[in-house]
Design a protein around this ligand. Sequence first.
Ligand SMILES: Nc1nc2c(ncn2[C@@H]2O[C@H](COP(=O)(O)OP(=O)(O)OP(=O)(O)O)[C@@H](O)[C@H]2O)c(=O)[nH]1
Ligand SMILES: [Mg+2]
Length: 364
Amino acid sequence: MASVEWRSIPTVLYPQEILDKAFSRASKQADMVEDPDKYHRVRKQMARMIQSSSDVISTTLLDYVAKWPSLNALSDFDQALVDAAVGADDFKQNLASLQWASDQVNKISGEAQRKILRLRDIDGFHQARRHAYGRFSSIVDQISSPIIWLGDARNVLRKLPAIDSLEPCIVVAGSPNVGKSAMINALSSGEPEVASYPFTTKQLHLGHFSHRRRSYQMVDTPGLLDRPMYERNNIEMQAIAALENIGNLLLFLIDATPDATTPLEEQLNLLKEIKHTIPGKPLLVVHTKIDLFDVIPDDFEYYISAENGEGVEELRKVMIDQIAADYVIDPLVLPDHWHREEDSIKPLGTTQEVLRRYDEGKFL
Ligand SMILES: Nc1nc2c(ncn2[C@@H]2O[C@H](COP(=O)(O)OP(=O)(O)OP(=O)(O)O)[C@@H](O)[C@H]2O)c(=O)[nH]1
Ligand SMILES: [Mg+2]
């Protein structure tokens, strides 16, 4: 399950559309009032129009507030993405103005209803209703820029990658064209998801594979970790911090073929810089496009070809082992390659715990 389902954020109506919806619903409600006495009929109709239009406006606005994810509940990574994409402060403030407007509309509606109770003439009822409508429109007008902002932000947020912060995540870095996307495709079971990053026009590949019931995510970092520090802006730095936060393992890809877009020396400089930017994160250096080599150089520790699949399964195993080694915090949860020695059987916890872990595939 993804931490945020950005795609389920509802469409945001334009301010005028909200008012139209409210007033047309209210007119229908007024038509349904039956009373042979004109005085009582008009009074009921006007009261109902005020009630019904304020209900529509306020529930529409509150529904937006409820359906938009609350920033504080998001993972650090998602918060950084939202901040990079649309600005976290704007996000909070604009949602808060919707809440404010909803409260105002309810307040005006209550006042208008009470006024109608005090009035004694048909003209007065009409006037009270018109006055309330005017005030509703003015409130909705006041939040038209937040509403329009939310509509635009929704279109940006819908394209964000949904990364599950509870599952392991492998961050793939390297200079342009080294084969990051191709590697993710080669390792993924099924079609990788293609999402947009807010800070680059490039597309981001998000791949998955599973192993022993755990889902491993792989994320591309186009335009993010592939250029020198001084060229990066704040937003990108923030995204890097977020990647650092969510990533369990960093893969640095090197294209050492003579035709590589970036000279090898520059790629190695970038590697140095990344080690410096993201210190303390497990990092594997992987040589790509191995099919273009006649002989694999001795100093290539890890290598793959997305073209013919060479090295792909070996790399997968190394990544799983590396992540598992990192995940072992509970001494009772054993790493994947753990095996029992006959003479050193350790206590494994209660039968139930053992069965549960067995069930989770931890002993398989
Ligand atoms: N021969 C060969 N070509 C490859 C291999 N992997 C990628 N390529 C080619 O290298 C080029 C770049 O591959 P991508 O996967 O798009 O590289 P990238 O690092 O994602 O590039 P950017 O996202 O632009 O930074 C493409 O033309 C691929 O076909 C490989 O294993 N062997
Ligand atoms: Mg790519």
